[in-house]
Design a protein around this ligand. Structure first.
Ligand code: KIV
Ligand code: ZN
Length: 434
């Protein structure tokens, strides 16, 4: 019943598999205000978009896709507000999406008139499924849509007041024959004739994630090795997450040659979302590489995100979820408590605490309320840790096991998590007041 809808490139190497980790932050582009916003039950209002934009700037995004101005009045007015209220810092580039249709391109340029620097992002769909079922056009006709759009962008950029550069996306790239995708991108590049001083972006989406991450990465490698004007082209990827592999796809794509990643905070976006930039950035940090984005205040960022998008950050969302640094189980608590003790004793500078991938403090979490929490699964290590950390009680080794069982038993009976105060109360009732 299911056909595999992706295309392997004609030549595949495994060169990039030998790279172990991403050594340098890619160029990040947030598409929260466009792909993320268009997937919301209730898209953000103008004021909400302004607040979200400011948060993205504060996190450190230098490239932000702000919308599809020809698609709605709010999107258009938002772009105008950013320009007219002078809200775009000099080192930030805004980007707007347009289909390759004349009236839409013209309206898009009206929206960005006067921008100090904006990227006009042109797209049309190229996959077999879209060509045959949606557009009912031949390969040549689809290529002509892209080339005509590219020419119109070139003309209008010269006529309209402002400083513009270009991006092209063959939408549904991963479902397109690779030699044809390459021809379409090269034809667009022949119109724009980029130079090192006037670069363009070729953005390669897994519009619907339809292949395993290494397959998409080989597609990126093929484009990286065969695109014309390569030195003047920024290769961007735009992974979606339909198979749940968006993060792996983005990481392997960078190893295979991509320079830039389009994604969103917490993976908001169409269907299962766009790739989650928070996870990508924190994965880099856990390898000791500066991602050049500041998530030291991740709790606050999640709260603002939840308020503005009306979406939820799940409790097991990597790095951001309420429970992702928490251990309830006895053996994990014991190992963490011992790791923390080694750290406190100055035995290691680098973060190597078992079971916790990064230092929670780096993203604004605390050890006390986030890491060791007590329920019926907990053990002596966790209970002693709570009594020591919160109440300065250093239990003798011989007592730890018994106190652990006493506390655990209460949680088992009550079917409840026990707060540190409750743990202390149990200890006090049995060992001090008794
Ligand atoms: O997912 C996609 O293909 C897109 C394009 C418009 C870049 O969002
Ligand atoms: Zn998308």
């Amino acid at each position: 019943k299911y056909k595999r809808q992706y295309f392997m490139p004609p030549v595949v190497t495994t060169d990039w598999v030998k790279k172990e980790y991403i050594e340098k932050a890619p160029i990040w582009c947030s598409v929260d205000l466009r792909d993320g916003n268009q997937a919301l039950i209730e898209p953000m209002s103008l004021e909400e978009k302004l607040e979200f934009f400011q948060m993205l700037v504060d996190i450190g995004f230098k490239e932000i896709e702000v919308g599809f101005p020809a698609a709605s009045e709010t999107e258009y007015n938002f772009m105008r507000a950013l320009i007219e209220r002078n809200m775009i810092p000099d080192d930030v580039t805004v980007q707007v999406l347009t289909q390759a249709r004349e009236h839409i391109i013209k309206k898009t340029f009206e929206a960005v008139k006067g921008a100090k620097h904006a990227v006009i992002h042109l797209y049309n769909s190229t996959s077999v499924a879209q060509r045959e079922q949606v557009f009912k056009k031949s390969k040549e006709e689809i290529m002509k849509i892209a080339v005509d759009g590219a020419k119109l962008l070139d003309e209008l950029a010269k006529e309209v007041d402002g400083n513009f550069s270009f991006e092209y996306s063959p939408e549904s790239f991963s479902g397109t024959e690779m030699d044809y995708a390459l021809d379409v991108c090269n034809a667009v590049l022949d119109v724009w004739k980029p130079t090192k001083d006037n670069k363009v972006i070729i953005n390669l989406p897994s519009t619907v994630e339809n292949a395993m991450p290494h397959v998409f990465a080989t597609q990126i490698e093929y484009m990286h090795k065969n695109l014309k004007y390569r030195d003047a082209v920024t290769i961007s990827v735009h992974p979606h997450n339909d198979r749940g592999c968006g993060v792996a796809t983005a990481e392997l794509s960078v190893l295979a040659g991509a320079d830039r990643i389009e994604g969103t905070l917490f993976g908001n976006g169409e269907r299962t979302g766009n790739v989650d930039i928070v996870t990508l950035a924190m994965n880099m940090l856990s390898h000791g590489v500066d991602p050049k984005l500041d998530f030291s205040n991740l709790n606050e960022i999640s709260k603002v995100y939840e308020r503005l998008t009306r979406m939820k950050v799940g409790p097991r969302q990597p790095y951001a979820g309420d429970l992702v640094f928490t251990a309830f189980s006895g053996s994990h608590q014991d190992a963490i408590a011992k790791g923390m003790a080694c750290r406190a004793a100055g035995k290691t500078d680098e973060w190597t605490v078992p079971y916790i991938p990064i230092d929670p403090v780096d993203i604004g979490r605390t050890y006390d309320s986030d890491v060791i929490r007590i329920n019926s699964q907990s053990g002596k290590g966790g209970v002693s840790y709570i009594l020591k950390q919160n109440f300065g009680l250093d239990l003798p080794d011989k007592m730890k096991e018994e106190v652990g069982y006493t506390v655990k038993h209460v949680s088992d009976k009550e079917h409840k998590e026990l707060s540190p105060d409750w743990v202390y109360q149990i200890f006090e009732d049995k060992y001090i007041n008794d």
